[in-house]
Design a protein around this ligand. Structure first.
Ligand code: MOS
Length: 717
């Protein structure tokens, strides 16, 4: 609305200088000479920073390796001449305008000594792989006798599925505006982890996190990419050296060069089933590419861990180490591409067994978590299948290749969707109640366009029994309570559980303030509830006093509490996941091979839905991203030098409005009995299953099985 939302690159402190980055053009080696004379003398140039004049810095603490580490990689930034990946920043120019900075950056000439680099999965495999370590756990699972069971199963199916690298393309490219004042750093940063960024930047500069102030009031999408990368460090160094505020806004190309994406995977799925289609062996193994400076071997085995009952299981992630920019988290890391392999293979097995693919999956519904052995907190998978199938018209599906409308072959396909429930430690919320009957609720959480602030305004209004317009939800600032990552589809549960605790604290404090002159006198926190902008006895609602009255009688203008969410223990006793079933109609042009998807229907069981409008929108966004992965998205790399060749939105294809069909989203809205508020995450499940459902629909249309994403027309001709 009227440009009133200020994004990170829209803050304009006085005397600000603009930064531009120079990226290495080799995959591995070192800079032997850097000619900065022309750049230094170019109009408007304030500073040219290279490894030769940059101050000494510590590396960024790598995301997920320590409590508040938030770095996408842990490589030194302008600390030496070494080049570790094509695109690595080798210089920064600061100038009076962005155009002057970019022009001067273009004048810098680098000379390199080039080392041999490993730039492809094949070369990485040839050099030897290692077992991935994901979040401290070896990415290897073996239950029962998966090899014997596969060998002796009545029916066996085995195939290899491949998915390419993907790059992040949030609508808002990464950007930071920052300045130093009295030795403290103030950053307006487009991030999804304000506390992680503050702590990590502090550790790079040898500062306490209380000296780094990060705000992130509006973010144009994150999807896992909006953490700490080199550009924030470069900007902070430049601002300190120049003694001026700095804005560094990465170009779209700059995002491709210095912000990691999703890793390429090569997945083998082997399924052994008995005569009735019950799984005896489920094997999901394969190799992913990864840089040596990163913490995430793309965990494609996650879907297989909890989807199906099976007598035996073998899961394994091998890592091929490449000389490349660190790969990273991207919406549903693991499941987004892992579900392509697993759910394609289930479709292929169903075909061989002559069983309807939905029926095959329902026959393999587990009673408890197949890997952990824990009971499910809530699992409405069969509801998802039945509901979506009926709405979609699954009964109209024909045998492969039979339905043709003019030039178009028409097919229907489906796949299971799923994503785990998580709640990370650190959730906290502050509530300030004022005597005018309003409340300010503060959490160091993030709004990236998904509806966080709306939903938590709603949650707080509900809990406090105040109208929504009496609530101000403050977020996106590391000075606020809580360490809340907008990631892993866990922000809502984390914030919600903290608001619940903070509300309880508030009630206790209010009862104290109310004292003996109140109708509430003598009641404990367990005996009252919030209602009509105040507290009332649960047993006798006549015993009521408004917040405003309690505060004014006590002579207080305001009352503040902070509630710390309990340590997340629910996941130790329960297997907790959101589930879904996604159905796709695919039309494949018999002449050109072009694929169109005119309609998608998904039924999802994500626990209680706090806001149907924002939740549906989250699911649609995820599904559209899945459609991109299915049909278009692919980071293309020149194997000779490890350079991303399609670093722009004109050559890296994403769905645009004309590619996006009718998407119907249905929610079970059945509260999870174990999660705070009954809600599970919804941010990531939407992307899962989609590419398999598209591949399965394309198979049904054409009789051709594509096991390599994206499903481009050349693979269908
Ligand atoms: Mo996400 S990949 O947890 O932002």
């Amino acid at each position: 609305m009227r440009g009133a939302a200020t994004f990170a690159a829209e803050f304009a402190p006085e005397n600000m200088a603009y930064a531009a980055v120079v990226f290495a053009t080799i995959a591995r080696g070192r800079v032997t000479a850097l000619d900065i004379a022309a750049a230094t003398g170019a109009p408007g140039v304030v500073l040219v920073l290279t490894h030769e004049n940059a101050p000494r810095l510590k590396p960024m603490p790598l995301f997920m390796t320590a409590g508040k580490a938030g770095g996408g990689d842990d490589l030194p930034i302008l600390q030496d001449a070494e080049v570790h990946y094509n695109g690595q920043p080798i210089a920064l120019v600061l100038a009076e305008t962005l155009e002057q900075a970019e022009h001067a950056a273009s004048l810098i000439e680098a000379t390199y000594e080039i080392d041999e680099a490993v730039t492809t999965l094949e070369a990485g495999k040839a050099r030897g792989t290692r077992t991935g370590i994901a979040f401290g756990q070896p990415a290897h699972v073996e239950i029962g006798k998966p090899e014997d069971e596969l060998a002796t199963a009545a029916h066996r199916f085995e195939a290899t599925y491949t998915t390419p690298r993907h790059n992040h393309n949030a609508i808002e490219p990464h950007a930071v505006t920052l300045y130093w004042q009295d030795g403290e750093l103030y950053m307006h940063d487009a991030v999804q982890a304000v506390n992680h960024v503050a702590w990590s930047v502090g550790s790079v500069f040898g500062l306490g996190e209380d000296k780094v102030h990060v705000t992130s009031p509006y973010v144009g999408g994150g999807f896992g990419s909006k953490v700490l990368w080199s550009h924030q460090i470069l900007a902070a160094v430049a601002a300190r050296e120049a003694g001026r505020p700095v804005r560094l806004s990465l170009s779209r190309e700059g995002v491709y060069r210095t912000v990691g994406g999703r890793a390429q995977t090569e997945q083998r799925v082997a399924l052994g089933a008995d005569a009735q289609g019950r799984l005896q062996a489920l094997q999901h193994t394969g190799t992913v590419i990864m840089s040596a400076h990163n913490a995430l071997p793309e965990p494609f085995i996650l879907s297989a861990q909890s989807s199906y009952a099976t007598k035996s299981m073998l899961l394994d992630i091998q890592v091929a180490t490449l000389d490349m920019l660190a790969n990273t988290f991207m919406r549903a890391p693991g499941e987004a591409v892992g579900s392509f392999g697993l759910e394609s293979a289930m479709d292929e097995l169903a075909e061989r067994l002559g069983i309807d693919p939905i029926e095959l999956r329902i026959r393999n519904e587990p009673e408890k978590d197949p890997m952990k052995g824990l009971p499910f907190s809530s699992r409405q998978v069969v509801w998802c299948w039945r509901t979506a199938a009926e709405r979609f018209g699954w009964d109209k599906r024909q045998a492969p290749g039979l339905r043709r409308e003019g030039e178009w072959l028409v097919g229907l396909g489906c796949a299971m969707a799923g994503y785990p429930y998580q709640r990370m430690p650190g959730g906290a919320a502050g509530i300030t109640l004022t005597a005018d009957g309003r409340a300010q609720v503060s959490v160091a959480a993030h709004e990236m366009g998904m509806g966080t602030s709306t939903v938590h305004t709603q949650v707080a209004a509900d809990r406090l029994a105040l109208p929504m317009d009496a609530i101000e939800f403050r977020y996106g600032d590391n000075a606020l309570p809580g360490v809340v990552l907008a990631g892993g589809s866990q922000q809502t549960a984390s914030v919600g559980s903290a608001i619940i605790v903070a509300t309880r604290e508030l009630v206790k404090e209010l009862l104290q303030l109310a004292g003996n002159a109140s109708p509430l006198a003598g009641l404990s926190a367990d005996e009252v509830g919030t209602t009509h902008g105040g507290l009332a006895s649960l047993a006798d609602p006549q015993r009521y006093e408004s917040y405003a009255s309690i505060l004014s009688r006590a002579g207080r203008f305001e009352l503040s509490v902070v509630g710390q969410a309990p340590m997340p223990g629910e996941g130790m006793h329960w297997s907790m996941h959101s589930h879904g079933a996604i159905f796709v109609e695919a039309r494949v042009n018999a002449v050109t091979g072009e694929v169109r998807v005119p309609r998608l229907t998904g039924a999802y069981d994500c626990g209680r839905i706090l806001n149907p409008k924002t939740a549906t929108s989250q699911l649609r966004g995820g599904i559209i991203m899945g459609l991109g992965a299915a049909l278009m998205e692919e980071t293309q790399v020149d194997p000779r030098n490890g350079r991303i060749m399609n670093a722009s939105l004109s050559e890296y294809h994403l769905p645009v409005h004309l590619d996006v069909p009718d998407i119907e989203v249905i929610f079970s809205d059945i509260p999870d009995p174990v999660s705070p508020m009954g809600a599970r995450g919804i941010g990531e499940i939407g992307i899962t299953g989609v590419s398999a459902a598209v591949a399965n629909a394309v198979y049904n249309a054409t009789g051709k099985r594509v096991r390599d994403l994206p499903i481009t027309l050349d693979k269908l001709l």
